[in-house]
Design a protein around this ligand. Sequence first.
Ligand code: BTN
Length: 329
Amino acid sequence: MARTLNPEALLPLLRTLSDGAWHSGERLAADAGITRAALSKRVHRLLDLGLEIETQPGRGCRLVQALDLLEPDLIRGHLPAAWQDHLGLQVLCSTDSTNARLVEADIAADPQALLAEHQTRGRGRQGRAWHSPFGANLYLSLAWTFPQWPPQLTALSLAAGVVVAEALDALELPAVHLKWPNDLWHKDAKLGGILIEQRGEAGGACRVVLGLGLNVSMQAATDAQISQVWTSLAEAVAGRPPSRNLLAAQVLGRWCDLLQRFSHEGFGPFVAGWRARDLTRNRAVRIEQDATEIHGIARGVDDDGALLLDVDGERRRILSGDLRLRLTP
Ligand code: BTN
C-alpha cells in the first residue's frame, strides 16, 4: 500500500527551491539521497499543498515565486533575550491547525509556540474556516498556562490585538486599527484575526492558546470564499512585505510579555492602546448573533473589554461571545 508522505519530509527540498532558481532533478535527488521517482513524488506533494512549480526538460524545476520560509533559528534569534531559552518553538510545513495542535499538546511544555507554512483546517472565530495558503501569511499559535485564573480573562484577546498592532508599529509598518473583539484592520479591510481557546477550572490553573492569522502576501483567494473584505501587509505597504520571521519574533516576544503581565494586571495596562486604535468608535454598527441583529452606535470599550453600544438612546454592554460586529454603511 502506498504510504502518504509526511509533509515535514518536504522541508529540505523546499529550502533548496525557496530561492526561485532552477534546480536540476538529478542534483536535487542526489542531495536528498532519493531516487528520481521519489523526488517526483515530493514535487507532486508540494503541488498538492498549493505551491506553483515549473518543470522543464533539461533545466529541472523551480518555484514560480521565491519563498521566505519560516526558520525557527531566525525567529528565536530575534526574540527578546528573556524568552530565547524559555519559549518552545516549532515550525511545521503543514498541519491541520496550529491552534488545534497546541490545544492537544503537552501542557508541561508551555510556554510553547507553533507556526506553520500551511494549514488544512485553519480555524477562525465562530467555527469559520481560516484560509491558509502556503507560505503567504503568518499562522502562529502560543500556548501558555496561568497558574491562577487571571483577572479579566475575557479581555485577553483585545490585549493580544493591541500587542500585535504594537509589533507592526515596531517594524514601521502602516498603523492598523482594531475591530472589536479581535480583528486587525488596515483601512477598510481585515488584515488579520486572533482566536483564543481556553481550558481551565475555576480556582485552578488556566491554559490559553492564542492564535494569530496575519495576511502577509496572500494573493486573490482562488479556492476559498473569504466572507469579508480582506487585505494584506504587502498591499498595505504597496510593495515588499516584511520578513515573516521578524514578524513572528516581534509578535511572540510581545505576546509572552503580555501574558506575564496580564496574569497580575489584567486588561488595565492595555485599555488605552486599544482605545487609540478602535476602528468602530462613534460609528454605526450591527451585532449579529444567531438570528438576531442589534443596530447601534459603538462607543468604545469599557475597562473589562466589553463593547459599549448605544441602542435607541440606551447604553448596552456587549460581551464578546458567539457574535459578529459589522460596520453598517
Ligand atoms: C478570526 O476569525 O478572525 C480568527 C482567525 C485566527 C486564525 C489563526 S491562524 C493560526 C491559528 N490556528 C488556527 O487554526 N487559527 C488561528
